[in-house]
Design a protein around this ligand. Structure first.
Ligand SMILES: Cc1cc2nc3c(=O)[nH]c(=O)nc-3n(C[C@H](O)[C@H](O)[C@H](O)COP(=O)(O)OP(=O)(O)OC[C@H]3O[C@@H](n4cnc5c(N)ncnc54)[C@H](O)[C@@H]3O)c2cc1C
Length: 420
């Protein structure tokens, strides 16, 4: 039972943490809610940082999860600009960087992820960037604008979502862009080679150069400035600035220090949680990018680094903290916008898991839905410049029903009619 004298503490003020705090109040929790974040800004959403905000189209105010006044109104106590540096599960306390000790009855770890760093010479040069925080986006925006003005060159390590979105933004400023990617196609580990080629063509049409099958070995500089990037195939790419977009690592330090179960990095990392998002300590939960959760539907442990998982996982953890029966089984979902291409992807189909990819619609015009199948069952779907189909795609995945690939590919057959 949860009573009014309890204190629920949330470490991490991103989308998952902010939504969890909101949910605790919406579900009627009247005890103390304390939200701790090492960033000084109120909780904000990160997708605009590589899209509208980076492009200068979205106002700064538009990225925040709630208006600042919301927290006081909802009696959510904020400790901003303060890292939680020590967690003692036996004493049920968290210590902040300034020494403040906070006792909790239940705790949520929503510490997110941080950009992976390149481990090569030259990463300390001033023109080497990462993109995770508002301050990074603000700095990068200025960099892209000046590269555009001066015909400057941005070299990006990694053709993942962030690398591609920043490439699109950089081209819109007029910067020269080269992407270096070890795999033969962009987004290789996520959507496989078949659909990865779509993004190669899209970006090439917009003037991005790709250098596939290679890795950075050195960032060459002079007087603190970036001059070039060297790759392991002996090539040298002129560069004024570099973006390292080689993925994110879950921020598990606090969980590890506290002795909670953590998944091996080789298996994706993250704080191990069950389907109710509870860690190996019954009073501690984890949600968002940092949580590697048992997925009841997909029957695997999954760490999902996407907006929708923070949006829904934070509230699910909050309900579990309140003693509700939670089985978090959302189908993984993400979206991206690059140039005039908008897409949504639902499901989970890394290379090796599927045996067939079929498309419905006009792939050439980039208006279609791609389906990844295994033995006729739908694992994932991606709609490109086609909208309002996500619900049906997710129902088809959830049903697990065998599908006729011919009908899936035929736009004259309504998708809904394929539901069992
Ligand atoms: C540039 C960018 C673009 C993206 N675009 C998309 C997109 O288009 N579509 C999509 O689906 N997803 C996108 N994502 C992913 C999405 O933003 C993340 O999945 C989401 O932010 C995860 O939210 P979170 O609350 O779990 O973690 P975070 O947003 O990382 O928040 C965690 C917070 O906890 C803080 N913290 C960590 N450790 C401590 C500590 N010890 N003490 C105190 N505070 C701590 C962190 O500083 C951070 O503020 C994007 C991500 C980035 C970086």
């Amino acid at each position: 039972m949860v009573d009014a004298h309890q204190t629920f503490v949330i470490v991490g003020g991103g989308l998952a943490g902010a939504k969890a705090a909101e949910t605790l109040r919406a579900e009627g929790f009247t005890g103390r809610v304390i939200l701790i974040c090492d960033e000084r800004d109120h909780p904000y959403e990160r997708p605009p940082l590589s899209k509208g905000y980076l492009l200068g189209k979205d106002e700064r105010d538009s990225v925040f999860v709630h208006e600042p006044a919301f927290y006081a109104q909802a009696q959510i106590e904020l400790h901003l600009g303060q890292p939680a540096v020590h967690l003692d599960p036996a004493a049920k306390t968290v210590r902040l960087g300034d020494g403040t000790l906070i006792a909790y009855d239940k705790l949520l770890l929503a510490t997110g992820a941080e950009p992976r760093r390149l481990d090569i010479p030259g990463t300390g040069l001033a023109g080497v960037h990462h993109l995770r925080r508002l301050a990074h986006a603000e700095r990068l925006r200025g960099v892209l604008a000046s590269l555009g003005r001066d015909n400057g060159h941005l070299v990006i390590a990694g053709a993942g979502w962030i690398g591609l979105e920043v490439a699109a933004a950089a081209r819109s400023y007029g910067a020269e862009v080269t992407i270096v990617e070890p795999q033969p196609t962009p987004l290789h580990g996520i959507i496989g080679p078949e659909l990865g080629a779509l993004f190669t063509d899209l970006h090439r049409e917009h003037g991005v150069r790709f250098h596939f099958g290679a890795r950075f070995t050195e960032i060459v500089g002079h007087d603190g400035m970036v001059l070039a990037v060297r790759t392991d195939d002996g090539e040298e790419h002129p560069a004024h600035d570099v973006l390292a977009a080689i993925g994110a690592a879950p921020r598990t330090a606090l969980a590890e220090q506290a002795g909670l179960d953590v998944v091996d990095r080789a298996d994706g990392g993250g704080i191990a949680v069950d389907a109710a998002l509870r860690t190996s300590d019954p009073y501690i939960y984890a949600a968002g990018d940092v949580a590697a959760a048992d997925h009841p539907l997909l029957d695997t442990r999954l760490r999902v680094e996407h907006w929708a998982n923070a949006l829904n996982g934070g509230p699910a953890a909050a309900r579990a903290m309140l003693g509700q029966d939670v089985s978090y089984d959302r189908i993984p979902y993400f979206f991206s916008d690059q140039y005039d291409l908008g897409m949504e992807y639902s499901g989970y189909a890394p290379p090796g898991s599927y045996d067939q990819v079929v498309c419905r619609g006009d792939v050439g015009k980039r208006e279609f839905i791609a389906f990844w199948l295994s033995e006729g069952r739908l694992l994932a779907g991606m709609n490109v410049n086609v909208w309002d189909v996500t619900g049906t795609v997710q129902q088809l995945i959830r049903s697990g029903a065998p599908l006729d690939p011919g009908k899936l590919a035929d736009p004259s057959v309504p998708l809904e009619s394929l539901l069992p």
